[in-house]
Write a new protein. Sequence first.
Length: 76
Amino acid sequence: MADHNFAYDLTLDEVRRRSAVVTALGDDWDPVAVLAEEELAYDMLYSNLDDEQQRIYDELVQAGVLPDRTIRNFAD
C-alpha cells in the first residue's frame, strides 16, 4: 500500500470563518469596552475574599493557574 501525503490549504476557509464572526458581532461591537468590562468583572470576582479564599487565590496565582492581577499590561 502506498503512502499518501495530503496537504490542505485552509486559508480561504479561515478567512470565511473570521469574516462570519466579525459580521455576527455587528457594527456596534466595541472590543476595548468589552475587555474593560471583563477586567472589571474579574476585579469584582477576586475582591473582598476572606482569609481562606485569599490564601487559595494566592496559591493558584503562585502555581500559575490564575494570572497575577496585580501586574497589568496596559498599553501606554
